[in-house]
Design a protein around this ligand. Structure first.
Ligand code: GAL
Length: 856
């Protein structure tokens, strides 16, 4: 068909119009600046809530769900570090695939409509291996990290420019219409700067100037940097930042790391930070003029493979964050903070457009009132007393303030939220065990039980040695962190006249090591193990060993368990044995430290990559349905079907010793169900009141610090999944199971004097005089429904979720009404009104409703 020239002209114009509309739509640049009050986005002052989600700590298939759950939790921005050592694998050799697909992550944030805060570092700490800096950089001659040092600055700048250019190319900065509103250079350098003397000062200044010269069009931040030069904003990291002030009067108060929990170490306790205290810290921050707060972490995730720092940071980086390691909302923390965010947002206009008036309401009680010229008013009233609840008078009204709490009054009258009153639901999570199922694509699928392929490593030099040398080399300088493992072997000649060869006594072997773990083998037999970290003092292995007359092979397997990730000059921290002695020989003690030692880097199976498709058949596996148990240095391999259902999966390694695990060549990570000492301090119930510290509310004393290891669902195929385990000490592979993580029940309880603020009404007409009746809301995970009502009592029920019991006051129709409203629904809500309950019951007492339902 021929088009007339005018028609084709018109079509061309139309096409151009559509194109220009699309371009405009997708890249409407906006301006990010700041003043002393807040960031200013396109001319508007903003209060922002941000959520840290580190992209390599989950998998791309989880990213949209995590970002969405954060958005639903009421956050405005996602924050992440950039992990240099995951991206620049060797100089100029960049990787941005899989979990390290930074651009994809940024675009997912962009598509969700949230902002992004990019903490480029490139030093990050973060309990991440080597603090995020590539290990190879330590071995470039003359390099000293994080000071005025030419090679360090050269590589740091090169990486910084690389990332900034990548972001620019993808139009990801706000100035290009993208989601990035802030970028960070360095990380908490202020704590260490003086350790580096004048060089430290010069470096901090250089880093700031280098960053600013990238012309990203968005402001730069430096956290805990006490001399951040203009225009870089210095920010706060802590459990509380209400008292923080920027160095400069023209910079806003920004909180880059509010830790809603804490990280865990192998052998350590399980830290928890109560939701009431997290909410309290956030409310206090905004009460005292804060403008941007980021949860570090909002989703902690997993340190897959060997990415964890430390030493001894667990593979789980759950962090007791609002979203758990597996991607499920942790309730009530997630929900309580969601309600907090909603209340803070209602106050935004008043907060950013007026100066606060601070009223003292008691020795530890105060109100901060924000009222603008037009009369729009919001107030935060706090009770800092960590023991006593208080009744306070404010604007001729009385307010009841639980101890250590803040009430938020978006209209200076009605309480929309109190940080200590948790009204949102609690959920109980279970790990439901499922046996490993043999793959249905195997020829032997009719055989009963699972087949294991087994390969046992030789203790010591498994092929040619890497080198022999008199004395003990540093572990990290030798492996350069290409593996956790380094063998040190030597031999010892024992004279037949030694008494112990006849009388059954045993000489004692003593090894001093800088870290992190050590297994000692004599004549191919595991003798004993020890663990420790040299930043405290060298750890000492001391154990009787069995020696025979004649030549004995001594093989030390030294291991790292995550490299140091912070501290001044941290990159020089070594590892590995420094002294080896034997006591109890007839000539007394023999010092073997300067013997000739022969070293071999890594394991044979690792070297041949028998854990992935490249090398799976590189050794002679022995096939058996009865794999050996308690056998050191053993590789186990099985072909499996995926576990049923669609819940997230944890690999249960409780009956294994210590080692590494892979599924389909993907690194699950280090496993080590090392127990935390039962003599540590743990709590049954945590008192949220008073200042939090990581030790305050721990559980898990006497328990393995990590039992389950996250295996993302997306790593599974419909059949033929290859699970590979390397076990160092000895375990029982037949007890390995998958566990499905499931929200088994949800609970909610509310008292009739806990009216809920009518947010919708307030948003519509700005008046907050519409308090709804107290309401219980319950919501199951997607694709599940309320299948049973385990407990319901309106009256004075006692106990907590999972252990509720009726009190003497109880409305007998409680269960039936909850069933009527909730059964077979994904979510439901029940008001405490006379239509639903007997409000006349037990006159004179404040009644409450407690409900527990089962989701299936
Ligand atoms: C901060 C650091 C973070 C993280 C945190 C503890 O000091 O900036 O990267 O390590 O401590 O989880």
């Amino acid at each position: 068909m021929e088009l007339s020239s005018s028609t084709s002209h018109m079509l061309l114009i139309l096409a151009l119009l559509i194109l220009s509309f699309m371009l405009n739509f997708s890249s409407a640049a906006y301006n990010v600046t700041y003043d002393s009050r807040s960031l200013i986005i396109d001319g508007q002052r903003k209060l922002l809530i941000s959520a840290a989600i580190h992209y390599p700590r989950s998998v791309p298939s989880m990213w949209p769900g995590l970002v969405q759950l954060a958005k639903e939790g009421g956050v405005d921005a996602i924050e992440t570090y950039v992990f240099w050592n995951g991206h620049e694998l060797s100089p100029n050799n960049y990787y941005f695939g899989g979990r390290f697909d930074l651009v994809k992550f940024c675009k997912i944030v962009q598509q969700s409509g949230l902002y992004l805060i990019l903490r480029i570092g490139p030093f990050v700490a973060a309990e991440w291996n080597f603090g995020g800096i590539p290990v190879w950089l330590h071995y470039i001659p003359g390099t000293v990290f994080r000071t005025d040092n030419e090679p360090f600055k050269y590589y740091m700048q090169k990486f910084m420019i690389y990332i900034v250019n990548l972001m620019k190319k993808e139009k990801l900065f706000a100035s290009q219409g993208g989601p990035i509103i802030l970028a960070q250079v360095e990380n908490e350098y202020g704590f260490y700067e003086t350790a580096y003397g004048e060089g430290g000062k010069r470096y901090a200044l250089w880093a700031a100037r280098m960053a600013v010269s990238q012309n990203t069009g968005v402001p730069w931040i430096m956290c805990e940097q006490f001399d951040a030069p203009d225009p870089v904003i210095d920010t706060c990291n802590s459990f509380y930042c209400d008292q923080f002030k920027s160095l400069s009067p023209n910079k806003p108060k920004i909180w880059t790391e509010n830790w809603p929990g804490w990280y865990k170490t192998f052998g350590g306790r399980d830290p928890h930070r109560p939701p009431e205290d997290v909410a309290f810290s956030v409310a206090r921050f905004f009460q005292k003029g804060g403008s941007l707060q980021n949860y570090y972490m909002y989703h902690g995730g997993t340190n897959f493979g060997r990415t964890s720092g430390g030493p001894f940071i667990t593979t789980s980086y759950d962090y007791n964050a609002p979203i758990d390691e597996y991607g499920l909302a942790r309730c009530p923390k997630w929900g309580h903070l969601k309600e907090l965010h909603r209340s803070i947002k209602l106050c935004e206009h008043a907060l950013v457009n007026s100066e606060p008036k601070v009223l003292s309401l008691g020795p530890l009680q105060e109100a901060d009132v924000y009222e603008d010229a037009s009369g729009v008013c919001a107030a935060f009233i706090s009770n800092m007393d960590d023991k006593n609840d208080k009744m306070v008078e404010f604007r001729n009204m009385s307010y009841y303030l639980p101890s250590w709490s803040v009430s938020i009054l978006p209209d200076c009258k009605n309480v929309a939220f109190n940080t200590a009153k948790v009204g949102s639901q609690t959920s109980t999570v279970e790990m439901i065990p499922t046996d490993l199922q043999p793959s249905t694509n195997l020829p032997n699928k009719d055989l009963k039980g699972l087949q294991w392929d087994v390969f046992v490593e030789k203790a010591g030099i498994w092929a040619d040695a890497n080198f022999s040398i008199n004395g003990l080399v540093d572990h990290i300088n030798t492996t350069k962190d290409t593996t956790d493992y380094l063998w040190y072997t030597t031999s010892l000649l024992v004279d037949e006249t030694e008494g112990f060869t006849r009388n059954g006594s045993s000489p004692i072997l003593i090894v001093e090591s800088k870290g992190h773990a050590l297994h000692v083998f004599v004549n191919q037999k595991l003798q004993a193990s020890a663990f420790g970290n040299a930043t405290v003092s060298p750890f000492i292995f001391r154990s009787p060993i069995s020696l025979k007359a004649g030549k004995n092979e001594i093989a030390l397997l030294s291991m790292t368990a995550g490299l140091q990730n912070a501290g001044a000059f941290y990159e020089w921290t070594g590892a590995g044995p420094t002294q080896v002695r034997i006591e109890g020989l007839k000539n007394g003690t023999v010092n073997m430290s300067s013997y000739k030692w022969t070293n071999r880097i890594g394991l044979q199976g690792e070297n041949l990559r028998i854990y992935d498709s490249i090398g799976l058949n590189g050794v002679n596996w022995v096939s058996t349905s009865e794999p050996p148990k308690e056998q050191p240095l053993t590789w186990y391999k099985a072909e499996l079907n995926p576990p049923p259902g669609d819940e997230p999966i944890g690999l249960d390694m409780i009956h294994m010793g210590k080692g590494l695990a892979w599924l389909n060549g993907q690194e699950i990570g280090r496993y080590w169900p090392r127990k935390c000492s039962k003599h540590e301090e743990c709590v049954q119930q945590c008192d949220y009141r008073g200042k939090f510290s990581p030790d305050k509310c721990s559980t898990g004393c006497g328990e393995p610090s990590q039992r389950w290891y996250h295996v993302p669902r997306s790593w599974f195929k419909p059949s033929g999944n290859v699970l590979v385990i390397f076990e160092e000490i000895g375990g029982d592979p037949t007890s390995i199971q998958f566990s499905r993580r499931k929200i088994s029940s949800v609970c909610s309880h509310i008292s009739e004097d806990h009216p809920s603020f009518d947010f919708e009404h307030f948003q519509k007409d700005g008046a907050g005089d519409y308090n709804n009746k107290a309401t219980v809301s319950l919501k199951c995970q997607k694709n599940t429904q309320i299948s049973a009502v385990k407990f319901a009592s309106f009256g004075n029920p006692v106990g907590t979720c999972g252990s509720y019991a009726q009190g003497e006051c109880h409305d007998p129709s409680s269960i039936s009404i909850v069933k009527k409203v909730c059964l077979n629904k994904t979510e439901c809500a029940l008001e405490l009104t006379k239509d639903n309950f007997d409000m006349e019951l037990c006159p004179g007492s404040v009644k409450k409703l407690a409900v527990e339902v089962v989701c299936t």
